[in-house]
Each structure stands twice: as C-alpha cells, then as structure tokens.
Design a binder for this molecule. Structure first.
Ligand code: NAG
Ligand code: NAG
Ligand code: NAG
Ligand code: NAG
Ligand code: NAG
Ligand code: NAG
Ligand code: NAG
Ligand code: NAG
Length: 628
C-alpha cells in the first residue's frame, strides 16, 4: 500500500506554517519513501530520513538528530514502528515536546489508547506543538482520496498536575496532488494554541516567596499575611510588588500556588537563593523581580520591568559647608560691575562739571560748591537709591541727574531680584558629588545591612566603590559601627549632618518622609551608588510557560495594574515642599557681608587717623614759624 495521500498531507501541513526543515522517523522501505522525498524537495522543504529498524542503535536521538540551532523544526514519527516507544520515551526525557519542535505523529491503526499510553506520563508541556494524525479509511468522498483527522495533543504541565489533553481538531481530505480541509470538528482553529491553553486550573505552580525581614521559620500564616498585606509597604517592597502581580495572574489563569520560602535573592549572582531555585527549575515563579545581570541571563529570561532599583548615599550638608563669599557679587558679571563703576565715576565727573558751570556760567550764588569727590559720592548715592540735598538747579543738570537715578534704579532691581532668586533657589549643597569624593572626604559612613547592598560594596569591580569600601569600612577598627538598619540610619543622618547613609532608595524614602521636616528633606544630598537599574520578573529560560506568562505580564503593564502596584510599593522620589517654608539666610551668606563691613570700618578708622595726623602736622608746620 502506498502512502501518497499521507505524504501530501505532510507537505500541506508543513507549508501551512511555513516550516522548511523536517526530520522523518519512519519504517517504510526505501522505494516507499522516495515519493515523499520528491514532494518535499518540490516544495523546497529540507528533509532528513531516519529509518527505525528493530535493531537500529537509537542510543540518543536527542543528541544525534534533534540538537540543532534551528528555531523550529518539524518532526514526523510513525507510531506504528517497533522503536517508536523508545523514541517517544527518549524525547520525553529530553523534554522535546515544546515550542521548538512541530511534532506530527501518525498511527496507521488510529489507536488512541496506544497514544495515551505512550504519552500519559510524558514530559509534555503547555507550549507543546504535537499533532496526531488519524487516518479514517473509506470515509473519503472520493475514491482517489483519503481522509485524515488531526488531533491536538498537549498537557498543561505533566509534573505540576496537568493531564494529557487530546482534542480533536479538523478533518482533511487529501489526494496524491493536493489537500483540502473538509470539516472543523472543534473550535480549536479559531484561536492560537496559546489562547486555547490559557486556563491553568488544577496546575500548581511552585513559587519562591522571598521574605528577608522575617525569620523563615515563622509560621506560614504569618509569612503569608506579610507577603500579601499592605502594612509596612517599605519592607521587602519589590518582592511584595511582584507577588501582587502574580496574584493578578492567578486571577486570570486560575493556577494554584505552592510556596518555597527563601530569604536571599542570590548568593553568587546567579546561584543560590531565589535565583538559584529559578535557575535549576526547582520553582516556576519567583515573587521577587531581579536585576538582569550577564550571569543570570544564561538561566533566566527577564519578562517585564517592574520597578526601579536605585542605591543612594544620602547625607545632610555638614555645617561647615563653606562660606559663600560670592553670592552677593554673582548677579552681575565682572564686566558689568566694572562698566557700572565706570559709569558712576563718569556721572560724578559730569555732575561736578555741571555744578561748576552753574556757578560760573549762570552766575548762581552757591554758598558751597561740591568738590569732585563729593559729586562722585552723590552719584554713588544714586546707585544705592539714596537722594541728595545737593542738586543741580538747571534743567539740563536735572535731566542728567534723572538719567543717573533711572539707570541705577534699573540696575538695583536687577540686582535684588537675582539675589532673591538665588537665595530661594536651592539651599547650600555639599560639594561632594561623586562616590570617589565621598570616599576621600572625612564624612562618616553607615551602610544598610541588606545583603545585596553589602554584596555590591564588597564585590564591585569599580575603583571608586572599592576605594569607598577600603576607606570607610575596612579602615574602621570596629566594623560593626558601619552597618545600620534603614530606620536607624535615616535618623542618624537627620540628627548628625555630615553622616552618610547608603541604602536602597525605596527603603529609606519611606523613613525620610516619616521622620524629616520639609526643610530637612530639602537639605538632603544624594549621590548615586550605582547606576539606576530596573528589576524584571524572571522565568526560567526554557520554561514552557515563558510565552504565556510574558504575554500576560505585558497585558498587566498595558492595563496599568503594574504601575498602580508600583506606585504603592516603591517610592523613587522624595516629595519636597520647597515653597512652603521660609528661607533662612544662614551665616554662610551673611558672614561675608559682616566681614566686609568690619574691614571697611577698620580701614575708615585707619584713614581717619592718618588724616588727623596729617592735619595736625600741617597745622604745626604753619604755626611754628609765627611762634618763633
Ligand atoms: C520509558 O521510560 C520509563 C521511565 O521514564 C521506563 O520506566 C520505561 O521502561 C520506558 N519505556 C521504554 C519502552 O523504554
Ligand atoms: C521528565 O524530564 C526530566 C528531566 O527534566 C526527567 O528527569 C524525567 O525522567 C522525565 N520524565 C519522563 C516521564 O520522561
Ligand atoms: C490499541 O493499543 C492498545 C495498547 O497498545 C492495545 O492494548 C489495543 O489492543 C489496541 N487496540 C486496537 C484496536 O488495536
Ligand atoms: C483540553 O484542551 C481544550 C483546548 O485545547 C480545552 O477546551 C479543554 O477544556 C481541555 N480539556 C480538559 C479536560 O482540560
Ligand atoms: C480539575 O481536576 C478535577 C478533579 O481532578 C476535575 O474534575 C476537573 O475537570 C479538572 N478541571 C480541569 C479544567 O481540568
Ligand atoms: C492549592 O494547593 C495547596 C497545596 O499546595 C492545597 O492545599 C490547596 O487545596 C490547593 N487549592 C486548590 C484550589 O486546589
Ligand atoms: C536548586 O538550587 C537551590 C538553591 O541553590 C538548591 O538548594 C537546590 O538543591 C537545587 N535543586 C536542584 C534540583 O538542583
Ligand atoms: C535550554 O534548552 C537548551 C536546548 O534544549 C539547552 O541547550 C540549554 O542548556 C537549556 N538552558 C537551561 C538554562 O537549562
């Protein structure tokens, strides 16, 4: 008997999903298989044939034939062959029933009991792409043709409680030259494979539940209440955020969860802790998202980003942050100051000229004609918005004086508004801006004792981090004074300006907002310890649920549930109320003024003394000859 109709069906099926590589496990004789090879090459499908003989050494078909880099490959298997059971057994052990292989199983007898027996315990997964072809002899409408019924075979996860599901799909009638679909026997064709398999009832996912702030030996109820509760949202916030989203997923997919409690994210980057459990497939899900690092992405697949992760160093500006001498000169550039000074001197000279002219030209009787120095002082007074009792009387002179007053009025307003905005703008910040500067400074440092911060500090290859660790931790005689819990550290930062505390932003912002006055918040300096990272929910690289869960998480992002939970659990910014408090000008701004006043007075006294001495010697030199 020939199988031309079956061959045509294979080609038809492969072309339907545009698959161009196929492996055929058969036990036909060679002449029987020739027409298939002909049809395949006609349709530009690359095919390979392996004959399953009674005694063929099929030690490792997985390694020998199926271990390829091709993203998707078709595999045809004739279940009627004597070695078929061995082959299905091996494929199951190597877990080859997944999205990478398009399996076509053919049983000439159409014995579904046999199929169930072979596959009922097999590792067949949610993303399996297995089609069972059952021939229906004598049911075709045409003598020349044959009828085949296709079944879809999968399990929601045989090791998690899923059972083999064989669903009838469609019937196809084939001749030796072409095929056509005769009937759809169910509604499978209406949706994609993944969409049909969205219901995970009766599946129990294992989940690594990460709780680091409680002993794992606590009662499970207490741990559960903590993980799903809302109080103290800052504790283990990213793990609880991730768990929330898993609960949303559970609502949609109806799976059950069993918990494995862990206290560590990881022990060596990609091993140990929660990531180790994910990586060796001891669990399917993990409540906590992770930062994808190079080592980790060899084992796990990042799905969607959940939250930001920013480790920061915070400290209040130390009191001796430095006197800001230049704040009162800053409004104008030196060139403007010079030009303004020159302008004042010029207008002083002009005024003097005007006074002289008025005395001589207009024959005005002035009892006192101001000297050049006095007129310069008058124009300086105008610059300080001070009037003068000595004024030109002529209209031209008055106009000149008005011009000087007007110019200084504008300059003065520029000046005051810039000074005010500078003072309002930002409180004095420390000039320590980088981790290296922090390491070299004399400030005391405290560090959160949460494991990942500790691990980053001790193992980072960055020279500035290493230097920070060496100078601030290793050099301490008593290293226990360096590690503080978040609340303690934050309070110490508040009460001790200049004390630096290093921790994760979302941990400490909560305490900062709780304990700090608005003024103290705006006084905080912040240095990034490491680049702002994003944490992702992870799933094992080869997990059969990878596509389903990734799609679902993307949907949660799209409908805003992710950002809603993120806003609740993680704080990435501090709220500062910069408008609601009174600016206080501190000594750092006022000291230069007082100092310059003091300097001015002492200089004035000195000059006065000199003047007095000068006058005295002058008078003596006039008097002495008369006395003689
Ligand atoms: C298939 O594998 C199971 C264990 O996974 C084994 O007990 C059974 O003997 C195997 N069957 C064949 C036909 O190799
Ligand atoms: C399922 O796969 C695992 C390896 O992941 C293997 O140890 C186990 O024997 C397989 N089970 C069957 C029934 O093939
Ligand atoms: C179907 O297969 C099972 C197990 O392989 C066998 O016991 C049964 O007799 C077969 N039925 C028919 C009709 O061949
Ligand atoms: C088997 O899978 C189909 C979809 O492929 C689904 O409609 C049906 O409910 C499943 N049967 C069982 C028992 O889970
Ligand atoms: C879940 O399991 C129960 C009992 O084993 C079964 O009655 C029910 O049909 C299953 N539901 C699905 C959707 O597979
Ligand atoms: C979920 O699994 C737990 C054990 O892991 C079991 O006690 C519980 O009854 C299961 N719930 C459902 C609805 O199957
Ligand atoms: C998986 O990793 C965890 C943590 O590293 C370890 O405790 C567990 O024994 C591992 N399980 C397997 C099956 O390798
Ligand atoms: C994922 O599957 C591929 C192909 O089967 C295998 O080479 C790889 O080692 C697996 N990766 C992991 C992390 O198990």
């Amino acid at each position: 008997m020939t199988h031309l109709a079956l061959y045509r069906l294979l080609v038809f099926n492969l072309l339907e999903i545009n698959l161009r590589d196929v492996l055929v496990f058969h036990c036909w004789s060679e002449p029987e298989a020739y027409p298939l090879a002909g049809m395949m090459s006609e349709s530009h499908i690359y095919s390979q044939y392996i004959q399953l003989q009674q005694d063929a050494g099929l030690a490792n078909i997985h390694k020998d034939y199926l271990d390829s880099d091709i993203t998707k490959m078709g595999v045809f298997l004739d279940l009627g062959c004597p070695q078929a059971a061995l082959l299905t057994n091996q494929s199951s052990r190597a877990r080859l029933y997944n999205r990478r292989f398009h399996w076509l199983l053919f049983d000439e007898m159409g014995n579904l009991t046999n199929l169930a027996e072979l596959f009922v315990r097999a590792n067949i997964s949610l993303d399996a792409d297995v089609t069972y072809i059952e021939p229906r002899e004598g049911e075709a409408t045409d003598e020349e043709e044959e009828l085949f019924v296709l079944h879809d075979v999968y399990s929601k996860g045989s090791h998690l409680g899923g059972r083999l599901n064989v669903t009838i799909d469609q019937s196809i009638q084939c001749s030796r030259t072409d095929c056509r679909i005769r009937d759809y026997l169910s509604d499978l064709h209406e949706r994609t494979r993944l969409q049909q398999r969205m219901d995970l009832t009766n599946i129990t996912f294992r989940m690594a539940a990460l709780v680091s702030v409680m002993p794992l030996t606590s009662k499970e109820e207490i741990l559960m209440r903590f993980l799903s509760g809302e109080e103290d949202a800052h504790l283990d916030s990213i793990s609880r955020l991730g768990y929330r989203l898993i609960l949303h997923m559970q609502d949609l997919l109806h799976f059950n969860l069993s918990f494995t409690w862990v206290g560590d994210w990881s022990i060596q980057d990609a091993f140990g802790g929660a990531i180790g459990l994910l990586g060796n497939e001891s669990v399917e899900l993990c409540s906590s998202p992770f930062i994808p690092t190079w080592n980790r992405i060899h084992y796990v697949h990042p799905m969607v980003e959940l939250a930001e992760f920013r480790a920061v160093c915070i400290f209040r500006t130390p009191h001796n942050a430095g006197i800001k001498a230049t704040v009162f000169l800053e409004p104008f550039m030196p060139s403007v100051w010079l030009a303004f000074g020159a302008l004042l001197v010029l207008s002083g000279c002009l005024l003097w000229l005007i006074f002289r002219l008025e005395q001589h030209g207009m024959q005005r009787c002035l009892d006192f004609v101001p000297s050049l120095l006095t007129s310069c002082q008058i124009s300086f007074g105008a610059a300080c918005i001070q009037g003068s009792h000595l004024l030109p009387k002529s209209t031209g002179g008055r106009l000149a004086f008005i011009a000087v007053m007007l110019t200084s009025f504008l300059m003065y307003n520029y000046y005051t508004s810039i000074v005010v905005s500078t003072l309002l703008g930002s409180p004095v910040r420390s000039n320590i801006r980088t981790v290296q500067q922090l390491a070299d400074s004399s400030l005391d440092v405290g560090i959160d004792n949460v494991p990942f911060t500790k691990a980053y500090l001790t193992s980072s290859p960055r020279p500035d981090i290493r230097s920070l660790y060496r100078q601030k931790v290793e050099s301490k005689r008593d290293q226990s004074t360096v590690w503080y819990g978040p609340e303690e550290g934050v309070l110490k930062v508040r009460d001790q300006p200049g004390f630096v505390y290093i921790s994760e932003g979302s941990f400490i912002y909560h305490h900062v907002e709780k304990h700090y006055l608005p003024r103290e918040i705006s006084d905080l300096n912040e240095i990034m310890l490491r680049h702002e990272g994003t944490v992702y929910h992870m799933i094992h690289l080869n997990s059969s649920y990878r596509e389903l869960i990734t799609q679902l998480e993307v949907r949660l992002v799209e409908c805003g549930l992710t950002s809603k939970q993120r806003r609740f659990f993680s704080k990435t910014r501090l709220q500062t109320y910069s408008n609601s408090f009174v600016i206080q000008v501190g000594m750092e701004y006022a000291a230069p003024l007082f100092l310059s006043l003091l300097g001015g007075y002492s200089m004035a006294v000195l000059v006065l003394l000199l003047e007095v001495a000068w006058k005295r010697t002058e008078r003596q030199s006039c008097l002495l000859p008369q006395e003689q």
